[in-house]
Design a protein around this ligand. Structure first.
Ligand code: F0G
Length: 496
């Protein structure tokens, strides 16, 4: 028997419970060492707000965000050197047009010679939101933008323009018994109801892929298609916040039978065939540290309904960011992005990436730590209400903040409260604190940055704190309780 046929006959035996990473390290950075007391002193100095804690002092994992924290590939580092810093129409711009068309569809980046702009480059995700919602806000007050779950900056950019941001989370998201793989779906019954009564107030309907505010859970292609059909039956535009589009496509390939034999790129093209516009922060699935874009389908419902808005958005972009051929990005960043978009649809990469986040979440579950399940694509979400169940911690004690402060100072891992403090609000006049539906501490996993050992050490740290949860003190808000986007700015102290 020759070796090739022997290897073929070993089909079953080739399936091992763990596979090697599909990449090797290109360059590494050694950490400095700090003691828990040094970290605690620093954290006290910044009022227990982990956003202000110097990243250099993090000896564990930095789970603050998966945004802009990727390790770039050697091809991306090489691409940086090919960057062209010309003031107009740099080399990367043409590369990017090609990749955006190949990834999302021809109609999202029209031929610039036609003079009809439908693609706008920005330095990250939120200025794209700012440009779009400022244009829509000018159409009048009292508008509503529904979504399967708006990210916090998206909601903030909508509401600053006097539009109401509404989240239509799926029922499965809060149903503990549900084993759905697509808890990030939009509740289409609620959408239909809202459209029936308020269609005139709705300028656009949004879906966020994956649903970051909704536990990082993906949406199915069936749900995306259904939402698009409902929205289009009212001749309204449908937009996708595409930050984690490739991770969402991997979930579709893995859990939606119809797409099992399609490539990631084919699934991505299918997803975007249903929408009329895209806002995206390339800091996630663009695999780069900076960049964003707003892309409007040339022949879509947005263009038909608001033909004059793209011209206004173009002027806005030129005034706020730069010429349309570079927007808010340097030439070298555009080159790295064009390369990153080619890598991100690699199925081996996605299987590894999502597998790693799943193993991280599963290790939490195995250690009886309550996390949102199934595990999403980019982060593990700790359910804070369950974490403190049976203790004296009440919602207004902001136990999520206590946990992040102890985790960082004791064990050197930085996670982020995205729950009662981040998404709640406080009315200074009535002294009433309003709680959101969800109360999480999020462990966002940067792309290509950590090995499983790093993540397992974070599990051990959370386990140690879970075992001592009775002893974790409550939080007092020292500054900023009444502010908007308060978690970025507030200061805290432990209650005596
Ligand atoms: N939309 C989603 C779904 C996001 O997750 C983010 C950012 C944005 C828009 C805004 O993009 O940061 O480039 O301006 N999310 C990061 C996070 C910050 O940590 O989840 P940006």
């Amino acid at each position: 028997m020759n070796l090739s046929s022997l290897v073929k006959s070993f089909k079953e035996e080739r399936q091992l419970p763990i596979s090697p990473r599909p990449y090797i390290n290109h360059s590494v950075e050694f950490k400095k060492s700090y003691t828990p007391v040094e970290r605690a002193k620093m954290l006290e100095k910044v009022g227990l707000n982990v956003f202000f804690f110097p990243a250099e002092m993090i000896t564990g994992c930095d789970f603050l965000s998966d945004s802009g924290t990727t390790t770039m590939t050697n091809k991306q580092w090489a691409a940086l050197h090919l960057g062209d810093e010309s003031y107009g129409s740099n080399r990367g711009y043409f590369e990017l047009i090609k990749v955006i068309r190949e990834t999302f569809g021809e109609e999202f980046f029209n031929n610039p010679e036609k003079g009809k702009s439908n693609a706008f480059l920005f330095h990250q995700g939120r200025p794209c939101e700012d440009a779009l919602f400022t244009a829509l806000g000018r159409l009048g007050e009292g508008q509503i933008i529904p979504s399967n779950g708006h990210f916090d900056t998206t909601a903030a950019n909508i509401e600053i323009n006097k539009i109401k941001a509404v989240n239509l989370f799926s029922k499965e998201l809060t149903d503990e018994k549900s084993t759905s793989h697509f808890k990030g779906n939009m509740d289409t019954e609620k959408l239909k109801k809202l459209l029936k009564t308020d269609q005139k107030k709705i300028p656009v309907v949004y879906m966020t892929l994956t649903n970051n505010t909704g536990g990082g859970q993906p949406a199915s292609l069936a749900n995306i298609r259904e939402v698009a059909e409902i929205v289009h039956s009212y001749k309204l535009p449908f937009f996708i916040d595409a930050c984690r589009f490739a991770e969402n496509a991997w979930f579709i390939k893995t859990y939606e039978k119809e797409y099992k034999n399609k490539s990631i790129l084919q699934i991505v093209r299918k997803i975007f065939s249903y929408c009329d516009g895209i806002t995206i922060s390339f800091k996630k699935d663009g695999l780069v540290n900076m960049g964003g874009g707003l892309f409007i389908r040339n022949d879509g419902y947005f263009m038909k309904k608001y033909p004059s808005l793209p011209g206004g958005i173009l002027d806005y972009q030129i005034v706020k960011e730069g010429h349309p051929t570079y927007g808010g990005m340097s030439g070298r960043d555009i080159m790295a992005l064009a390369e990153g978009l080619k890598t991100i649809v690699n199925e081996d990469y996605l299987t590894y990436r999502i597998g790693q986040v799943t193993r991280f979440g599963q290790a939490m579950i195995d250690n009886k730590i309550p996390v949102i399940s199934p595990i999403g694509g980019h982060a593990v979400y700790l359910d804070i209400n369950k974490f403190y169940k049976g203790t004296k911690m009440k919602p207004e004690d902001f136990g999520g903040i206590s946990l992040t402060a102890l985790l960082l100072s004791l064990y050197g891992h930085r996670a982020c409260e995205l729950g009662y403090f981040a998404f709640g609000s406080y009315d200074q006049k009535t002294k009433i604190e309003t709680h959101p539906d969800v109360n999480f501490v999020r462990f966002a996993v940067p792309r290509l940055r950590y090995e499983d050992q790093d993540l397992l050490s974070a599990v051990a740290a959370v386990k140690a704190l879970h075992e001592k949860r009775d002893l974790i003190p409550k939080i007092e808000v020292a500054y900023g309780r009444e502010l908007t986007l308060r978690h970025f700015k507030a200061r805290f102290a432990f209650k005596a």
